[in-house]
Design a protein around this ligand. Structure first.
Ligand SMILES: O=C(O)CCC(=O)C(=O)O
Length: 256
């Protein structure tokens, strides 16, 4: 299975439309991938809080429609990262998972809103539903950035059958060591593959951490990006999950 994680630089001078066009141009060049993942609130820019309300869209709005079309034309499973979703009076940090037929088969509203140096908790409403999506290559758990610090979310995803954990992110460089550690920890403790997509560069005065990762169920980082905009590519063998879970049946030894 060929996986691509698009690590994006969010340049303040770019508009939402320009970022969308850039990502579409990148996607068009990505041939033969089974699954592609994008970062958190990348079209608006996670730290552009003053644009959240103005650029919010409904779940069936142009952003989702555009990337449904992209997934269909590329015949790829696309975790398109998150956008600011408007639903009635509420706003959510919502990520979407699209199948190669262009259908949105999963969406996830970020449960743990970030409040440290971030206005997210003030502007948005938190989600309450855990999302695990059924795909031809197994069940996939969706999560967003700060969620990485809350292991119970991922354990609940595993209880729902998740074997691949996807993390869309805008994680700052200041806490890069935490990022690297949590990527590995969530994969290892749950004996899952984990694929993350982060931002890079300076946006709204905040330096982003990059280092998007693909981690295997043994906790080995099999691919890791640096601190530049890039497409991180990895081939994974999903059989490793059952082999490792049978050989070292830690999940069966849970007491609590
Ligand atoms: O937990 C962290 O240090 C970063 C979290 C974050 O940036 C986010 O949730 O957007």
């Amino acid at each position: 299975m060929k996986i691509g994680s698009i690590q994006l630089e969010i340049k303040d001078q770019e508009s939402k439309q320009e970022r969308i066009q850039k990502v579409k141009n990148m996607l068009i060049e990505m041939k033969g991938y089974d699954l592609i993942i994008l970062p958190e609130i990348w079209a608006t820019g996670y730290f552009a809080f003053d644009r959240y309300v103005e650029e919010a869209e409904e779940i069936d709005g142009p952003f989702v429609q555009e990337f449904s079309q992209m997934a269909k034309s590329l015949k790829v499973h696309l975790f398109a990262g998150s956008f600011v979703e408007k639903a009635g009076e509420d706003y959510f940090n919502t990520s979407i998972f699209i199948n190669p037929e262009g259908e949105v088969i999963g969406s996830y509203r970020k449960i743990h809103l970030f409040r440290y140096g971030s206005q997210e908790g003030k502007l948005l409403t938190r989600g309450s539903e855990i999302t695990v999506v059924e795909t031809p290559f197994g069940k996939v758990g969706l999560s967003t950035c700060y969620d990485l610090r809350f292991p119970e979310l991922y354990r609940k995803q595993v209880d729902l059958g998740a074997e691949i954990l996807l993390v869309t992110s805008a994680w700052p460089h200041q806490r890069l060591e935490h990022w690297k550690l949590f990527n590995v920890a969530r994969a290892l403790e749950n004996q899952c593959f984990l694929v993350s997509s982060n931002c890079v560069g300076k946006t709204q005065g905040v330096l982003m951490g990059g280092h998007s990762q693909v981690v295997d169920p043994w906790g080995t980082v099999i691919a890791q990006a640096g601190e530049k905009e890039t497409i991180l590519t990895a081939e994974i063998d999903l059989q490793e999950i059952s082999v490792i879970r049978e050989d070292f049946p830690q999940l069966k030894h849970r007491v609590l």
